[in-house]
Ligand binder design. Sequence first.
Ligand code: SF4
Ligand code: SF4
Length: 182
Amino acid sequence: MTPKRLAIYAEADRKNDAIAAATGLGCPTGCGACCVRTPPHVSVSDVAPAARLLVAAGEGEAVLDRARAIGAGPCALFAPGQLPGGCTVYAARPVICRLFAFAAVRDKRGAPEVAICREHAAADPDVRARVAAYLAAGGEVAMFADVQAEAHDPDDGPPELVPINEALAIALERELLRAMYR
Ligand code: SF4
Ligand code: SF4
């Protein structure tokens, strides 16, 4: 991963940790519903660091086969029971996987608003009120659009969002080809 992308991810993670520590916002252990039931759309650029990691580890072809076979189903990078979060590429996971349910978008008045995940809210019904109070008091929060724009690297692929297994397959094909010519 490039130092620039590492720094962007580290800053986003720091802000996620800040809001989590202040409000108790957090995923129930072993949840993974967003990886299985509603897998995200991501850009090829966003999933490129994970593809590089997998190819370097010799797992690129196996994961490519899995991503193609699963298609629109659960994320091919999800392994139930594996911690943290069931994600096999946790350190290199895409921006939306880092930010979903922790980062903010701007509401109609331009104020930051966190779209709290249904699973979070079901496990902790008071979390919405605590997050709203935290934001109203000026608490730190990652801004989704800013992080996504900063992390996008045009050398890694286009910014358009497609289903994660589709993006992963494109990124893996590219990394496997690069590895073949190295
Ligand atoms: S963001 Fe929501 S669905 Fe995804 S792991 Fe956390 S609680 Fe579960
Ligand atoms: S990359 Fe990781 S966190 Fe993102 S959907 Fe796949 S398994 Fe879940």
